[in-house]
Design a protein around this ligand. Structure first.
Ligand code: ZN
Length: 250
């Protein structure tokens, strides 16, 4: 069965944007890997960064375990994700370790600088992962470039407020309970989100975004995705083909 790797910047991003789809894929017997480029160690007002990193990695691993997924972290610095050579090598090594057929990365335009850099790094690391001369660590090069997709941005909009259209949606109505449970593993974020973002109900944003995407497609809850189709990335609709009647066309 194909391996699906979801990559984003911080613990809780994937739970917000793609966990319903990942839960459905896991139910269908696919191997799902959830990866973050950072430990999110700046996401606390009380604990020091090392302790926050430890807590947040454990939360992310518990969330992944709810759908039988493995969790990997590239160990890049929170608020310090840049599309540079060392970071591209680290992300390429992570992709080689996970050995995906399908990669679902961060949206190219989003509110957070780490998210936008994570999107570029994931895109370029997918390209580099099958280049034998690009040396990154112990994992062997991939045999081929994986099919690449982007999640929606947080809130479904760019920094300028423009709504981001999806190539297709996934009906996650039946997976909303597990999606919410995955996000709720990130208990350390309750205090942080209140202080930094003024958010009092930390699952409300995820639920509202899933509902808005659902409305776009005429279902209760959905997640939106775009496929990156530039040469030489695969153009076949590999992820769409795995979704059965949960696939939503615009
Ligand atoms: Zn994030």
């Amino acid at each position: 069965m194909p391996v699906v790797l979801a990559v984003h910047a911080h613990p809780d991003d994937i739970e917000t944007l793609a966990a319903g789809t990942l839960a459905l894929l896991s139910q269908r017997g696919l191997t799902v890997v959830i990866a973050t480029l950072t430990s999110g160690e700046c996401g606390s007002v009380t604990d020091d960064p090392a302790e926050t990193a430890r807590i947040r990695r454990a939360e992310a691993a518990r969330a992944a375990a709810l759908i039988g997924a493995d969790y990997l972290c590239a160990g890049l610095p929170d608020l310090g994700v840049f599309n540079d050579d060392a970071s591209r090598k680290a992300v390429t090594e992570l992709i080689r370790r996970a050995r995906p057929d399908i990669v679902i990365g961060a949206a190219p335009a989003d509110y957070h600088p780490d998210h936008e850099a994570a999107s570029q790094l994931t895109r370029d690391a997918c390209f580099a992962a099958s280049a034998p001369g690009y040396r990154t660590g112990p994992s062997a090069p991939l045999k081929a470039i994986p099919a690449l997709y982007f999640m929606d941005p947080i809130g479904g909009r760019t920094r300028e407020g423009a709504a981001v259209a999806a190539d297709f949606g996934v009906d996650i109505s039946e997976a909303m309970d597990v999606k919410r449970a995955m996000l709720e593993q990130h208990q350390s974020q309750i205090t942080w989100l209140l202080k930094q973002h003024g958010i009092t109900d930390f699952t409300a944003g995820m639920v509202a975004q899933s509902r808005r995407r659902g409305r776009d497609f005429g279902v209760a809850f959905a997640e939106g995705f775009r496929q990156y189709r530039h040469t030489p990335y695969p153009r076949e609709e590999r992820l769409q083909g795995l979704l059965g009647d949960r696939l939503l066309r615009p």
